[in-house]
Ligand binder design. Structure first.
Ligand code: NDP
Length: 306
């Protein structure tokens, strides 16, 4: 069985940044990237809020650059999905989808989170052409336009409020007659004049043409079907942290996010660190994920040199 000093699981901003720092600290990191190298950012178009790029940068281009930087500094990047983990003792043992088993003295989990989508065919068709699961990433492109946000939780309310500052009108498509969000967030959306809540509504179809999204067809609980004209369709129905493989050993919160110790990346298992969206239900930004990847590599270095 191949034994590694520092194993990083996940190829997004957190994983690549951890790899950059771990390489420079001579930890000889091996990074496994899964089915979507580059992570969630590769599904967005331009990123205008990652510092250092005056005119923005494409999500794929940013991830390619981080990956290339990690490789240049010496990270061994491989394709592979971790399907099983035994973190009961060190070295930790992990099984890959190929069936291969590897072991590691230190493990950095940076497997990210996956935005939940409704599962409509039309939603997939217009992904990146008006359908997005990140208002902070893509909202700017809808200045003075009409958009819709699906969901009634804190994320939906935050995204609707953010979009209301940019867009002409924001519809919130809420499937019940109540919001799940905290009272403060509810008050905020209710008191924002250009947010209109469409209660008891489910999306039947995202409408569009070659230019992208043009509307959405909704069905109200009373059976009425109607269309709204919009240019952007934002999903905010929750994220799913990719922590299952590790959750037998690593403590998670009730939503599956890995719990880390204070401002560090340390998990409850000594030698196992978590970075990026898999441990962050709140910020979920490329720059915060990258920063936590840095922390994880520094924590791993400290641990390995103890
Ligand atoms: P939540 O699970 O809290 O809310 C998801 C929302 O999406 C609910 O309104 C739910 O409706 C709706 N929904 C789910 N599935 C569908 C579907 N198929 N069709 C239509 N609507 C659907 O997720 P959030 O991402 O909003 O929040 C996750 C956690 O993060 C929460 O604990 C939240 O409090 C926290 N958070 C905190 C913030 C803060 O404090 N600033 C900011 C953002 C998140 P229903 O209610 O009917 O189930």
């Amino acid at each position: 069985m191949e034994k590694m000093k520092c194993l990083i699981v996940g190829g997004g901003p957190a994983g690549y940044t951890a790899a950059i720092y771990a390489s420079r600290a001579n930890l000889s990191p091996v990074l496994y990237e899964g089915i979507q190298p580059g992570g969630q950012l590769t599904t967005t178009t331009d990123i205008e809020n990652y510092p250092g790029f005056e005119n923005g940068i494409g999500g794929q281009a940013l991830m390619d650059a981080m990956r290339a930087q990690a490789v240049r500094l010496g990270t061994d990047i491989r394709r592979g999905i971790v399907t099983k983990a035994d973190l009961s003792s060190r070295p930790f043992r992990l099984t890959l989808d190929s069936g291969e088993e590897v072991s590691a003295d230190a493990l950095i989990i940076a497997t990210g989170a996956t935005a939940r989508y409704l599962g409509l065919e039309s939603e997939t068709k217009f992904r990146g052409m008006g359908v997005s699961a990140c208002a902070t990433c893509d909202g700017f492109f809808y200045r003075n336009r009409d958009v819709a946000v699906v969901g009634g939780g804190d994320t939906a309310c935050e995204e609707a409020s953010y979009l209301a500052g940019i867009c002409k009108k924001v519809y919130m498509i809420v499937r019940r007659d109540v919001l799940r969000a905290s009272q403060a967030m509810q008050d905020k959306v209710m008191n924002t004049p250009n947010i209109e809540i469409l209660w008891n509504c489910n999306t039947q179809e995202v409408l569009g043409d070659l230019s992208g999204v043009t509307g959405a067809r909704l069905k109200r609980k009373d059976g009425e079907v109607f269309d709204i004209a919009i240019d952007g369709f934002f999903l905010a129905i929750g994220h799913h942290p990719n922590s299952e493989v590790f959750s037998t050993w690593v403590r998670t919160d009730e939503n599956g996010y890995i719990i880390t110790d204070g401002k560090t990346s340390r998990t409850n298992v000594e030698g196992v660190f978590a970075a990026g969206d898999v441990q962050d239900p709140l910020y979920r930004q490329a720059v915060t994920a990258a920063a936590s990847g840095c922390r994880a590599a520094m924590d791993a270095e400290k641990f390995l040199n103890m």
